[in-house]
Design a protein around this ligand. Structure first.
Ligand code: PA5
Length: 464
């Protein structure tokens, strides 16, 4: 097994951070729960088909790769219409493997520019539609349920636009990923004879980046899908080991849930790699939506979860780190780093006299960002705050696949340790139903009345 990611959990323990850390002996005793967790995850395998995604059949991958080639040959831009788990994986992937400025990239040989439209802000959507050349733009509509109001609204707007401007050719610009049999999107596709990509059963939105939801993005952007999945498979091997510390996902889940039990209710992810900033956003959804649950598996009210926060090194050293160092002992900070950046930038000798800054000449930004990461780890550890470091040897499709897959298994294991269902999202569903009601969907009249009554009865509004 290669050593492409190093997980350093030493700063989670009292031996490093003092009384607010975890006691190693207690953790070792608690590790006795892990065989049961491992077994429970194996028993739930049908609800966790995302664990099979590293090993997808060649026919499925060939179809995605062929669509990627078609997109790259015929279009400059691919716009993703989707939200939540249907969008965040693509954003993370694009930034990590196509670079933080991927949105600004013009057509490059062998790659489409891929844009992710994951909001229904009218100004943003109008700007997008004014910016892209429809004739050179394809749209990938992604919705597992095929019913999500935001994605369906975007879809109708785009459908009408394409139809009006391109006539019968409009269908060539549409790519659809949805459930194999249910939902409005599938019904419409079947009625029109459109081929669709499938989100397999047992692959929930936030666990779907390695199915066509994210893989078509990778293919259109000219990324190496095989390397991405090989990275997942490599991590799957480690995450299938029964013991800690060999299984980093079980160790992460154990340490984080033990910290939660001590009231540590915030999980900060702080990459010191700009391209991983959207990965922190992806993590926030995964951790929040999977673990934030009112009830446990026995139906008891437990109000489980830990609030994820995204930060960016070094940028947030000048905003949030003051709080992380001197504020409450209510968080774990996970630092993400890379050993080798793809490029190097050396600080040259200034062309004007600057003796006070001469100490920087000849050093590189690579050295500076690494020094700042190490310095911050040192500072928060000295301040007694639990933290850990996850260091990739370099950022590419392989290591990115490994990293995301690790977080997915860690989240599933944490759900098991908390005794909750990590794969549903009843809180999100309630908001979806309320939106249907407010938008006048038939069958939601009672909900609309309830919402309107609540809005009308408030005395606590101040208008200035
Ligand atoms: O993780 C999830 O299940 C959610 O975030 C969904 O991805 C999100 O609500 C979008 O749902 P859908 O893909 O059905 O449109």
């Amino acid at each position: 097994m290669s050593n492409r990611i190093t997980f350093d959990f030493a700063n989670m323990f009292t031996s490093r951070v003092g009384e607010h850390g975890l006691d190693q002996n207690v953790v070792l005793q608690a590790a006795a729960k892990l065989p049961a967790v491992d077994q429970a995850l194996r028993d739930k395998r049908s609800a966790m088909a995302w664990r099979d995604l590293p090993y997808q059949p060649a026919a499925v991958l060939d179809k995605i790769k062929a669509a990627g080639s078609y997109l790259r040959e015929n279009f400059d831009t691919l716009v993703i219409l989707g939200i939540g788990g249907s969008a965040l994986g693509s954003k993370a992937l694009l930034s990590a493997c196509a670079g933080p400025y991927y949105r600004l990239m013009e057509k490059r040989p062998g790659a489409c520019r891929v844009l992710v439209e994951d909001n229904v802000d009218p100004d943003r959507m109008n700007s997008l539609l004014e910016t892209v050349d429809l004739k050179r733009t394809a749209f990938h509509v992604i919705s597992k349920s095929g019913n999500t109001v935001e994605t369906m609204s975007q879809f109708i707007i785009v459908l009408e636009l394409l139809h009006r401007h391109l006539g019968a050719d409009f269908q060539k610009h549409l790519f659809i990923t949805t459930d194999k049999s249910t939902g409005i999107l599938k019904k419409l596709s079947d009625a029109n004879g459109w081929d669709t990509f499938t989100v397999p059963d047992g692959v929930g939105g936030r666990f779907s980046v390695f199915c066509p939801v994210g893989l078509l993005t990778a293919a259109a952007a000219g990324m190496d899908i095989d390397a991405l999945l090989a990275g997942c498979a490599e991590m799957d091997k480690a995450c299938s080991l029964p013991n800690i510390p060999d299984n980093p996902a079980y160790l992460y889940a154990l340490l984080y849930t033990m910290a939660m039990a001590k009231g540590v209710n915030i999980s900060v992810v702080m990459p010191y790699v700009d391209a991983l900033a959207p990965t922190a956003e992806w993590y926030c959804q995964l951790w929040a939506e999977s673990l934030g649950k009112r009830s446990d598996l026995q139906g008891r009210q437990v109000y489980a979860g830990q609030t994820p926060v995204r930060a960016l090194g070094v940028t947030d050293q000048h905003s949030q780190i003051q709080l992380y160092t001197e504020g409450p002992f209510d968080k774990i900070i996970s630092f993400l780093g890379v050993e080798q950046f793809a490029s190097k930038l050396t600080i040259p000798e200034a062309p004007l006299p600057l003796p006070e800054l001469a100490y920087l000449y000849g050093h590189s930004l690579n050295e500076l960002i690494e020094a700042e990461r190490r310095a911050t780890v040192y500072a928060v550890t000295k301040a007694g705050k639990m933290n850990n470091s996850i260091i990739l040897d370099k950022l590419d499709e392989f290591s990115f696949g490994s990293l995301l897959y690790f977080f997915e298994v860690a989240t599933a294991a944490a759900g098991e340790l908390l005794g909750i269902d990590a794969f549903d999202q009843p809180g999100v569903e309630e908001g979806k139903k309320a939106t249907f009601a407010l938008m006048g969907r038939a069958g939601y009249e009672e909900k609309a009345a309830e919402l309107n009554a609540a809005a009308a009865s408030s005395d606590w509004i101040c208008r200035v």
